[in-house]
Ligand binder design. Structure first.
Ligand code: DAH
Length: 348
């Protein structure tokens, strides 16, 4: 081939490469194929480089002209590469925006917030009332010694009152506590008067489940011991508390009763806040609702705990939490507390 032919051929090669590159670059769909093309055209072993290698066969004076052509083509391809990259990037962004589009006018999804169980709600309310009156909150073990649950509370092994509080025994001397009263003993053993505590917690009895019984329920125990504590203190304190719980116009009644660990003992009723004593479904026609048991701490119990009954006296009380809540909201089946049916729980 003569030199003229050579020049023409290189020109044609450059022109062909230009056409091919323009076509191929338009077709690219992603950054990777774009990069592959860059290497294919402009790389060290690329097509443009291959063409340029032939330039040394050209006459001296043709070289700058062809060289300029080649440089222009390189610049063109480079520009195409950048433009195409920008295009691809923009298309990708547009697509992502479309995909991730959110409609801010759509109504939001409200997160359903739960709330505390009615027993917990009532308990916190009661705790607040007692704390406001200077009581401390203490707790005791649910797995308890026979001694604390019965013996020290003046209920020796053969005491008939034990029959009403049968429970689950771990050994002859260890059981699931039937009442929160053992916390009285534990507190008096540890702490010298003045004592002013309440102790809420779980208690257990081997009762079959029905509308008013559960083998697990909750009590709140109260204990006040100091010099010169009298039955008037007991009445005044409990009346105040009951009025805080059920309203200032509540009418409270004390009935004589018997508990082995208090003497004298009483049960406390509140006049039915639904019918005001007339008799209705809530109070079962009685006009009164039984709330709790109480009494003056038995001298024997004080002695058992190392407190001299000649120097100190005290009163105690115990109430069932489930019962309080059932009365307050006219709930007639205790099982509702434990079944966790949200249709029930949502009402509080
Ligand atoms: N522990 C008693 C019960 O479970 C309730 C009770 C009554 C507690 C009188 C007391 C009290 O502290 O003084 O039936």
């Amino acid at each position: 081939m003569n030199q003229k032919g050579m020049t023409r051929m290189i020109k044609e090669d450059l022109e062909n490469l230009r056409k091919k590159a323009e076509g191929e670059l338009k077709e690219t769909k992603d950054k990777q194929s774009l990069e592959n093309l860059r290497i294919q055209y402009l790389g060290k072993k690329g097509e443009l480089t291959a063409i340029l290698k032939q330039m040394r066969n050209l006459p001296e004076k043709e070289r700058p002209v062809i060289g300029q052509h080649a440089n222009e083509l390189r610049a063109l391809i480079e520009k195409e590469l950048t433009d195409r990259a920008t295009e691809l990037h923009e298309a990708e962004t547009a697509q992502r925006l479309k995909r991730e589009k959110i409609d801010v006018t759509l109504p939001g999804k409200r997160r359903v917030l739960g709330h505390r169980h009615p027993l917990s709600l009532e308990l916190s309310e009661i705790k607040e009332i007692f704390i406001g009156m200077g009581f401390d909150i203490v707790s005791g073990p649910e797995v308890e010694y026979d001694y604390y649950n019965f013996e020290a509370l003046n209920m020796p092994k053969d005491h008939p009152a034990r029959d009403t509080q049968d429970t689950f025994y771990i050994t002859d001397n260890i059981l699931l506590r039937t009442q929160t009263s053992p916390v009285q003993v534990r507190t008096m053993e540890k702490q010298k008067p003045p004592i002013r505590i309440i102790s809420p917690g779980r208690v257990y009895r081997s009762d079959a489940v029905d509308a008013t019984h559960s083998p697990l329920f909750h009590q709140i125990e109260g204990l006040v011991v100091d010099k010169d504590i009298t039955f008037s203190n007991l009445k005044g304190t409990l009346e105040t508390i009951i009025k805080r719980m059920y309203g200032e116009d509540s009418v409270v009644r004390f009935r004589p009763h018997h508990f082995p660990f208090t003497e004298p003992s009483a049960e406390v009723d509140v006049q039915c806040f639904h019918c005001h004593g007339e008799g209705c479904r809530l109070c079962k026609g009685e006009g009164w609702i039984e709330l709790l048991g109480c009494g003056m701490v038995h001298p024997k119990v004080l002695t058992n705990c190392g407190i001299d009954p000649e120097e100190y006296s005290g009163f105690a009380f115990g109430m069932g939490l489930e019962r309080l809540v059932m009365r307050k909201y006219s709930i007639d089946d205790m099982r509702l507390f434990y079944e966790n049916d949200v249709r029930f729980l949502n009402q509080f």
